[in-house]
Structures are given as C-alpha cells and as structure tokens.
Design a protein around this ligand. Sequence first.
Ligand code: NAD
Length: 464
Amino acid sequence: LEKQTIAVVNPATNQEIVKVDMNTVEDLNEAVSKANKALPSWKGLTLKARAEIMYNYRDGLKQNRTVLADLIQAENGKTHGEALAEVDKAIEVTEFACSMPQIATGETLEVSRGVTCRDQLEAVGVVACITPFNFPCMVPNWTISIALVLGNAMILKPSEKVPLTALKNAEILHTAGVPKDMFQVINGDREIVEAICDHPEISAISFVGSTKIAETVYKRASQNLKQVLCLGGAKNYLIVLPDAHVDMTASNIAASFTGCAGQRCMAASVLVAVGDCESIISKVKEVSMTITPGKDLGAIITEESKNRIETLIANAERDGATVVLDGRNISMEGSYVGPTILDNVTPEMEISKEEVFGPVLCIMRVDNVEEAVSLQNQCNYGNGAGVFTQSGSLAAYVSEKLSAGMVGVNIGVPVPREPFSFGGWNASKFGTGDITGKSSIQFWSKKKKITTKWNPEDQINWMS
Ligand code: NAD
C-alpha cells in the first residue's frame, strides 16, 4: 500500500516545501508497543540520570536554536525573531524539567512512633501529546521534557501543518540520549487523534488546539478513563483605563495583537476602553501602522484561514463596526493580513463571539470599570486578560474580578515565566491543573503513598 503524504506549505510564499509521510493507525499501535517494551529500562533510571539527559537536550536545543527557528519560520510563516523566541521558551521549560530532582522530592513524615509515610512519584506510562500549528516548537516542549524526565514514554502528534520542527526535535532528543522508543513522532490528523484517545495502552493525553476539538478530545479520552488535559482557544480582553501610560500601553497592545500575526492563544483580541482613552487608541493605531507584513508581521497559516479572517472583518463592518485600520487585500506573495483595528465593536457581533486568530484588534467602549469587567466576564473563554493603568488599587481590583487563568497588569501578553504555570480557565481549558509548572508534575506522574514500620516488637497501632 502506498503511504499517504502531507504537503508542508510555507505560508509566506504558499509554495510547497516538502512532502512528509502520514502515519497510519498501525504505525501508532507499533509505536505504543515499542514504547511499552522499552519503558521499564527508562523508568528504571534514577530521576537524576534522566535529568542529566535533559541537560544534554537543553544544550541540543541551544545548539540548534537557529536550525529550529529556520524550520519554524518555513512551515509556520512567523518571523525569524518570533521563531527564535519560541525556541527560547522551549529551553526555559526544559530547564524547569532539569530541576526536577530538586522539585519532585515528595514528602516524608513519621506519622506515628516508628511509622513513616512517604510519597513516591511513578511514571504514568506511555503518554501522548497532541499539538497545534501555531507554536511548532514551544507547545510540544511544554510537555516533552517534563513527561520524559518523570519516566514516561511520549508519542507526539504534531499539527499536520507543521511536522518538520517536531521531527527535528525528535532528532535532538535522541542525540541527547533519550532512547528512540521513548520519544516517537506520529504524523496524522483526526484519525490518529481518535486512535490515540481510544488506545488502551496510552495512559495520559495532553492536547492543545481549538476549543471545539479540545472538548471532543477531552470527552473521548476521559470516557476511556485516561488522564487528560486539553487547552483550547481564546479571546483575550485588555482593559485600558484613561490614566494608563500612553506609549507603553500602545506599544504593548500593538505587539500583542499583531505578534505571531495574531495566531497565538495569548494575543490581545479586544481592547476595552474605559472612558476617554483617545490618546492611547490613536497611539495604538500609529504604532500598528508601522508594523509591516512580511517584515515584522508573519503570515497566516493558510489561504483559507486568511479568507476566514477577512470575512470576519467584513461582517463586523457590515454589522456596524468602524474600520480604523484595514489589513485586508494585501497584494503580496503569501497569506498575509495586515494589522487591523475595528472600533465600536459590540458583544452581539459575530467577531466578538468567534476566535479570530489573526492580527485584528476590536475596540469596545464602556463608561466604567464595572462594565469593562462585566464584558470580559461574559466571554466564554478565559485564557489571558489584562488591565493597563497606573493605579495600583484599580489594577488589583480588576485583576481580582477578571475571569481568566493568566492575568497581566501593564503587560500585553501575560504568559507566566517558568516555574509559574501556563493554563487558562473556562472554555480555554478542559481538565484540572496547568500544562507547565508544578501541577504538570502531578499530571505526568502517579503518586504512591508508602507507609513503613520496622519495629515488629512494638505493639503500635495505626493511630498511636
Ligand atoms: P486545531 O484544533 O485545528 O488542531 C489541533 C490538533 O488537533 C492538531 O494536531 C490537529 O491535527 C488535530 N485535529 C484537527 N482536527 C481534528 C479533529 N476533527 N479531531 C481530532 N483532532 C483534530 O488547532 P490549530 O488550528 O492547529 O491551532 C490553533 C488553535 O489552538 C487556536 O484555537 C488556539 O487558540 C489554540 N491554541 C491554544 C493554546 C492554549 O494554550 N490554550 C495554545 C496554542 C494554540
């Protein structure tokens, strides 16, 4: 039977780069069975020994920083600077994993005279990680080093749009000393994802992608009694108060909604202007006008996605939004949408309900902080949110009221740095805990509680 292939297309040129083999469900089954066979020797290493290998991996990522960024740029279409930044974040998460022998220590306590309880962390087994197109290196690396260092074997199913970075990542891991069967890449789409959800020997699954699929994967894999964490889409509200620092606020918001061409789950989506914020809004426009597609603004992943974004803008205009800056109809090679700002957007409009996933900022206008908070709270997503003000007490008040997992004060993209964890609320996440940081340790391990008594002559009962 001839292998099916996926064409990898560079969104900056719309030219095919290469064809990559798609895997079959049989390939997945074989990968899981190989992982299962090799798992005991990997689990048998000490945590410190596995961390040693993760140090090599971290060095490998550093050495291949530019090679990875070139691949990311080629298959995803983001700028080289953005590609380098995601490799750097992958390195940061790997450093967190390297520190696991210092963090994942468990507790020991003498609970009765001569009786000790202690925690022991054990690997979950063979786990899978399903990832989206928008961060071909960073998102897989939210999980790779943490899951591996804790003794698991991982199957990575990258987005079929960006398989090349994942394959290079595998090579770097194997060179670092991770046994081949402990980390395998399986390329495919829906059929493979469903097979992962149903596979009896895969014990835990992390998924990052759009909300609809995140929810489907969460339900299907949980139904099969797996440990599951699914991160979904987003719509991030930034509340701007009139006292905010004009230049800093404007440059942060412009960078937030245009960075990665708006194709990131922490991108600013809605600017909620409280009262008179005219000077800030006009500065956002001024800064955004200097951001040039193809130079400091990356491409949209496919022509189809570009058309979808342009239709959302057109429908918003039809429904009464004012187009302050129009990034449609760019005449250049590749799939580009320029920075777009829509004013007078209302919550009823389609554009307020859909995740746009493009460089589009919607401005909503309100009279006071309560209304601003209420708009954000009505949104069903809850990944990031933020407030711009110079008042500490107002910032504290708004941060308290926002319904989102990651909140920023005077920050356009409030992604927590390690060891603070990444994860949203509401329809932006299904499952408990976060994907990085300390709660990821719980997700990728099982806790065994061992109670010990070595004094048979003492008639100590359990509660003494
Ligand atoms: P997507 O949901 O289309 O794809 C994600 C993964 O699911 C891919 O590996 C894909 O092959 C697979 N998939 C696609 N269709 C499927 C189906 N019907 N059944 C099962 N699996 C399927 O997402 P995308 O377009 O690659 O990425 C963009 C989305 O990811 C956005 O919604 C964005 O907000 C979200 N995202 C969220 C976070 C976060 O941390 N919350 C981070 C990055 C991206």
